[in-house]
Every structure is written in structure tokens, then in C-alpha cells.
Design a protein around this ligand. Structure first.
Ligand code: SIN
Length: 486
């Protein structure tokens, strides 16, 4: 079945349950980053479209807040079932617009769906509280209510999962959503919207506005009083801008921002497990994840052995068009992304770092935005790539001597999203779990993301948590009721 026949290839805006063109009729091209081919011309939402979507969401949210949690749960479950039923078509859409290998795209669809499934269940567990009052003639009750209309802004690296993990808790809590997916990857979001309609999720609860006018749409969201919350996944710079824009009417803000994960391996670690963790953490999505290992700190006595083992594992990569069989690493999202990673690599080399392993370039990469997986040794601690997010398949190796030294290295960052620790020493695990400044810590694993766990960061990596039972907190207001019986 072709993507068109699947009914999920929707290059339009979704507003109030209706697929429509942009107010000014404009469209923009979406390209396959592996080939440079234009795969769709998508309606380019304007601020007027955002206004229309917010009105629809406002209407729909009032009715949705009145539905029982059981009804919300059933509809979310149905949506989850449809997403999984259409996993292959959704994965193909994801691969052609984002570039990741088809197998990874299938995993992302299941990962995104797992948030829908999780929040279908959590919808039934929006608990309040009864609190002991100061005197017996009163009773203190706490109830949770939906925050209202939520605007989401999501990135291109996980175009399905990052949206699903905002839409699902929002709907579970009784909110409606206006969503702006990244202009590079709008089709995965739009396909999710179609499946939500197919599942019977009422019109107006999910509105999707692909657009190249990111700043203007962001302003249309933040300046509209009906929007009571912004949930954003993306860069720290944009996150800070959104905080400022949300200040005038004190909107709630959830932010999942940049990361700079340290990956620490001690000499008592299971090195094979550490290499497996490094491959998963560093090279998933060609290094384009916020939780990617960004800096490898390897204890001096095992530094050479670890690098050799990692290089040998990297030789197993197969780089190319994600639709082709056996491909394990796809392209970067754009030419700009390629240039940024190259600039960070050049900077490290100019400061003394050496390339110990780099995949051979291939002619078939010409039309796409491929970047060869690279392992760098002798990386000085002042190289830009130790403090900036690389967002590409470059692994910088830095030796360390002592635990105290590596804690200092790891915490010397304005970010605090994820960190990884490999050691067999239980006491050290306890000490570093306490000392590492991070929202998430992978201990003897390079894969930490799942719907049951609270995903999020500290410091300049953001506010709030996505997934887990904490994930609903961002979409509800706590209301205290004081009952008097005197
Ligand atoms: C991200 O890169 O922001 C998300 C990655 C994940 O959910 O594992």
C-alpha cells in the first residue's frame, strides 16, 4: 500500500477536525534529508490560522473537561491501537522526512504510542487529596483540573514521539492542544492527527499547524490569553525566549531543552556493556537526541581499551538512506546541521584532538546530509564540543584519573538533562547518583527513555517532566477546597 493509500499522508493544517489550506494559501517544501528530494508541499500556517485553531481548541476543551476520565481513557486507548496498527506506514513517513533508519523509526512509533497507552491508563488515576485541617469543623480537599488550552512546539528529531508525549497527557488531563511541529518534519505529526480523528477524539481537541513562521506562530501562541500553557521541546535559547513571552499573562511553561550528557566509565565497569551503552546513547538517531552522550570521560587505566572496543563496534555501522535494508545510521537533518557538527569537529582538532576513527565517505551520500561517525581522542576539556550540544555522530573521548575529578568535569555544564555512569561499585553508584547534576542518570545503561519514567532536566535543560505519573502534573491545576461544617 502506498503512503497516499494509507490515508495518513496529510500535507494540510488540521483545525477543528477539518483538513484545510493555510489562510494565505501558501505551502512549503519538505525534503528527504537522505536524498534531497521534495516529498511534500505542506500548508504553511499563518498567525491567523493559529488564532482559528486556538478558538476551536477553546470551544472543544470546555466540553472535553466535562467528559468522564473513563471516556478519555477509552479514546486514548483506541488512538494507541490505531497508531500501532499503522506502525509501518507511520515509520515510513518518519524515515522519509527525518532520515532515521526504518527500524529506528518503527521503534519511535512504538515509543510515541507507549505514551498514549500510558496516559490512557493514567487518565483514570488523576487523584486529589483530603488533608487534615487545623480544626475539626473544616475539611480540606484538593482536586485537579485541566489547565485548559495547551500550545505545543515540538522538534524534528523525534517528530512522532515528542508530540505524542505532550498530546497524550494533555488529553488525559482534559486539555485541548494547538500543536506546531517542526517545519522539517510536519508529516509525522499530521498523520498522528488523522489517527486521532479516526479514533473518535473530538474535533478541535488536537489542532496541528505546520509552519515555517516559527517565531510568528510562537508569538500567536504566547500572546493569546486563551492559551494557558506552553509545552516546548527544543533549544535552550528558544526556551528562554518563550519564558519571556509567557511572562505577561503568567502562562505555565514546560520545557525540555538542550543537554550535554557526560558518559562516565570507571575501570571497574563491564566494558562490553559500556560500549553497548555508548553505541545506543551516542549514535541513536545519528547523534541527534537531547540525551545523547556528548562527552565521554573514561578512566585513564582503561582509556585505550575502551576506545579500541568502541571503534571496533563503530566499524559495524551501515550508513545510508534509512529506507534501505540494514542501514543503522541515517543522515543529519540538514546542511546547516552538517556544517555545525563539522565546525565543532574542526575546533576540537585545532585544539589538539585527533580522529581515531571515521567512517569512509560514500558517493551515495552526495545528495543527502550525511556525516561520518567519528571517534575523537586527546580531546582537551576546553574544546567547544565539550560544552556545546554536538547533535551529530561525533564521540569525544576524554581521560580522567579520579572520581572527584570526573564529578567536577561532568558537572561543569550549564545543562543537566541526562548523564550515564558505568561502574560495578555500589557505593560509588550511590555517591554519584547524589552528586551528578542531572535530571536523569543511566547507571550501566545507555538507554533511559520510556513512558513510565519521568523525562526531564535541571539547570538550563528545562522545567517539568514528561511521562510517568509526574507527567500529568504539568497539565493540571491544583485547586484547594476549604469546606466549613460549623
Ligand atoms: C529528545 O531528544 O529530546 C528525546 C529523546 C528521548 O525521548 O529519548
Amino acid at each position: 500500500m502506498s503512503l497516499i493509500e494509507s490515508g495518513l499522508f496529510k500535507p494540510q493544517l488540521l483545525i477543528d477536525g477539518i483538513w484545510s489550506a493555510a489562510a494565505d494559501g501558501s505551502v512549503f517544501a519538505v525534503e528527504n534529508p537522505a536524498t534531497g528530494e521534495v516529498i511534500a508541499r505542506v500548508a504553511d500556517a499563518t498567525p491567523a490560522d493559529a488564532g482559528r485553531a486556538i478558538m476551536a481548541a477553546t470551544r472543544a476543551q470546555i466540553a472535553w473537561a466535562e467528559t468522564s476520565v473513563l471516556e478519555r481513557s477509552r479514546l486514548l486507548r483506541k488512538w494507541f491501537d490505531l497508531v500501532m496498527l499503522n506502525q509501518d506506514a507511520l515509520a515510513k513517513i518518519l524515515t522519509i522526512e527525518q532520515g532515521k533508519p526504518l527500524a529506528e523509526a518503527r521503534s519511535e512509533i512504538a515509543y510515541g504510542a507507549s505514551y498514549i497507552e500510558w496516559f490512557a491508563e493514567e487518565a483514570r488515576r488523576i487523584y486529589g487529596d483530603v488533608i487534615a485541617p487545623p480544626e475539626n469543623s473544616t475539611r480540606i480537599l484538593v482536586i485537579k483540573q485541566p489547565v485548559g488550552v495547551v500550545a505545543t512546539i515540538t522538534p524534528w528529531n523525534f517528530p512522532n514521539a515528542m508530540l505524542a508525549r505532550k498530546l497524550a497527557p494533555a488529553l488525559a488531563a482534559g486539555c485541548a492542544v494547538v500543536a506546531k511541529p517542526a517545519a522539517e518534519t510536519p508529516l509525522s505529526a499530521l498523520a498522528l492527527g488523522q489517527l486521532a480523528l479516526d479514533a473518535g477524539i473530538p474535533a478541535g481537541l488536537i489542532n496541528i499547524l505546520p509552519s515555517t513562521h516559527a517565531k510568528e506562530i510562537g508569538e500567536a501562541f504566547t500572546s493569546n490569553e486563551q492559551v494557558r500553557k506552553i509545552s516546548f521541546t527544543g533549544s535552550t535559547a528558544v526556551g528562554k525566549q518563550l519564558i519571556t513571552q509567557c511572562a505577561p499573562d503568567v502562562k505555565r511553561v514546560s520545557l525540555e531543552l538542550g543537554g550535554n550528557a557526560p558518559f562516565v566509565v570507571f575501570d571497574d565497569a563491564d566494558l562490553d556493556a559500556a560500549v553497548e551503552g555508548a553505541i545506543a546513547s551516542k549514535f541513536r538517531n545519528a547523534g541527534q537526541t537531547c540525551v545523547c552522550a556528548n562527552r565521554f570521560y573514561i578512566q585513564q587505566s582503561i582509556y585505550d581499551t575502551f576506545c579500541e572496543k568502541l571503534i571496533s563496534a563503530m566499524k559495524g555501522f551501515s550508513i545510508g538512506n534509512g529506507l534501505d535494508n540494514g542501514i543503522t545510521i541515517g543522515p543529519l537533518i540538514s546542511n546547516r546541521a552538517q556544517q555545525k557538527v563539522q565546525a565543532l569537529l574542526d575546533d576540537a582538532i585545532s585544539r589538539g584532538a585527533k580522529i581515531a576513527c571515521q567512517a569512509m565517505q560514500d558517493d551515495s551520500w552526495q545528495a543527502g546530509h550525511f556525516f561520518p561517525p567519528t571517534l575523537l581522542v586527546n580531546v582537551p576539556t576546553d574544546a567547544r564540543l565539550t560544552c556545546e550540544e554536538i547533535f551529530g555522530p561525533v564521540a569525544p573521548m576524554i581521560p580522567f584519573e579520579t572520581e572527584a575529578q570526573v564529578v567536577q568535569f561532568a558537572n561543569a555544564s550549564e545543562y543537566g538533562l541526562a548523564a550515564y555512569l558505568f561502574t560495578r561499585d555500589a557505593k560509588r553508584i550511590k555517591r554519584l547518583s547524589d552528586q551528578l547534576q542531572t535530571g536523569m542518570l543511566g547507571i550501566n545503561t545507555g538507554l533511559i527513555s520510556n513512558a513510565m519514567a519521568p523525562f526531564g532536566g535541571i539547570k538550563q535543560s528545562g522545567w517539568g517532566r514528561e511521562g510517568s505519573r509526574y507527567g500529568l502534573d504539568d497539565y493540571v491545576n491544583v485547586k484547594y477546597l476549604c469546606e466549613s461544617f460549623s
